[in-house]
Ligand binder design. Structure first.
Ligand SMILES: NC(=O)c1ccc[n+]([C@@H]2O[C@H](COP(=O)([O-])OP(=O)(O)OC[C@H]3O[C@@H](n4cnc5c(N)ncnc54)[C@H](O)[C@@H]3O)[C@@H](O)[C@H]2O)c1
Length: 349
């Protein structure tokens, strides 16, 4: 192994930009060696942008290289655990974008392959890296707003057409793709895990778009109530199939979409991605205030630093494959509850 970790990136679309920039920000620990994307031009464009020596089409060619120690997986979700498993079998460490996958079995197989190979399996729950995350956890530990609490998150997205984000078999829709973030962060902030869920929802995209043959619409609209072991509750509301309106038209809806945690003695407004305001009987205070755009790339850089440190020093990499499996099991419990109209235990997923 050279003194710096040699990195390959698989999938060179939107989120990969954060990974490229994060490795560049950690250039003392890691160097980018190769990028793979089904679309060679996309891979080559990223390679030019970040001075990466090689770009290929086939990720298997990247995994076969002996001069690569670790990979970031930035493809659509369906492929995350499949590529992760192959990467472990090829002797690489893996930082996989969230969610860990769409089904539990391939994620369990990837976890087993990581253990067998003795490699690091990190999941990109980068919200853990925001300063707001420990601030919210400390506020809960200090019992500033009391317990039990109800945490709420609302996600509203407009779509112009049926696309990968609404596709059940590619990215899984908002309850898998988006809600895995609050499920992971709430579990850390409340220091407790979800045991059961009740949810209802439907595929609003079917009312707006013609679904192309062979593709399946995900549940994109609904509510889920999560029960934590601690007695706390979480409520997730998502609608990702709104009309694609200009930002200003969606603003009134989004103004109500802030993350809240309400307890018997006060409340926290704003969440890991926003400023946090705490209101208690004692008055009002600001916990963290920082520009979100800047915070987002800092969080990705910290995530990559933690991944590199986990490989070289054996420390925890942030979220692990097991954490990814847990968040996936909660989201699968939500989808099962929506289909079967019953309370679903996470342990049964
Ligand atoms: N951490 C976050 O907050 C965050 C934010 C956005 C997206 N994501 C996750 O990142 C993943 C990718 O999202 P995106 O917005 O970058 O999507 P994208 O469509 O912009 O990029 C995906 C890229 O993967 C390539 N690809 C597809 N299959 C491939 C394969 N088998 N081998 C190699 N390349 C392949 C595509 O050609 C495309 O360039 C999703 O799972 C998404 O949930 C995470």
């Amino acid at each position: 192994m050279s003194s710096r970790l040699r990195i390959g990136i698989i999938g060179a679309g939107g989120i990969s930009g954060q990974h490229f920039a994060a490795y560049a920000a950690n250039a003392d620990k890691a160097e980018l060696v190769c990028v793979a994307d089904l679309n060679l031009e996309t891979a080559q464009a990223r390679a030019r942008e970040y001075n990466v020596p090689d770009a290929v089409c086939d990720y298997k060619a990247l995994l076969a290289r002996r001069d690569i120690d670790a990979v970031s997986i930035c493809t659509p979700t369906k492929f995350h655990p499949i590529i992760a498993r192959e990467a472990f079998e090829a002797g690489k460490h893996v930082l996989s974008e969230k969610p860990a996958g769409l089904e539990t079995q391939p994620v369990k197989a990837a976890i087993a392959a990581a253990r067998q190979a003795g490699k690091v399996y990190a999941i990109g729950f980068m919200e853990r890296q925001f300063d707001t995350f420990p601030a919210l956890r400390d506020a809960m530990r200090a019992a500033a707003i009391g317990r039990p609490v109800v945490a709420r998150d609302m996600a509203y997205v407009g779509m112009a057409e049926f696309c990968q984000w609404l596709d059940a078999d590619l990215n899984g829709g908002p309850f898998i793709d988006g809600c895995c973030h609050p499920i992971d962060t709430w579990s850390g902030i409340l220091e407790s895990r979800v045991t059961e869920v009740y949810a209802h929802g439907f595929a609003a995209s079917e009312c707006r778009f013609t679904i192309p043959p062979g593709r399946k619409a995900a549940m994109d609209t609904g509510d889920a109530v999560l029960r934590f072991e601690s007695g706390d509750r979480g409520v997730l509301t998502a609608c990702w199939a709104l009309p694609k309106l200009p930002g200003a038209a969606l603003a009134p809806l989004r103004a109500g979409a802030r993350y809240t945690i309400v307890g018997p003695k006060g409340f926290l407004l704003g969440g890991v991605r926003e400023d946090i305001q705490m209101v208690t009987e004692q008055g009002e205070s600001k916990l963290v205030h920082q520009d979100f755009k800047k915070r987002y790339s800092v969080a990705h850089a910290r995530q990559v630093a933690a991944f590199c440190k986990a490989i070289t020093d054996g420390t925890a990499p942030g979220a692990t494959g097991e954490d990814g499996l847990y968040a996936l099991q909660v989201t699968l419990a939500i989808l099962t509850s929506m289909r079967e109209d019953r309370v679903v235990r996470v342990a049964d997923m």
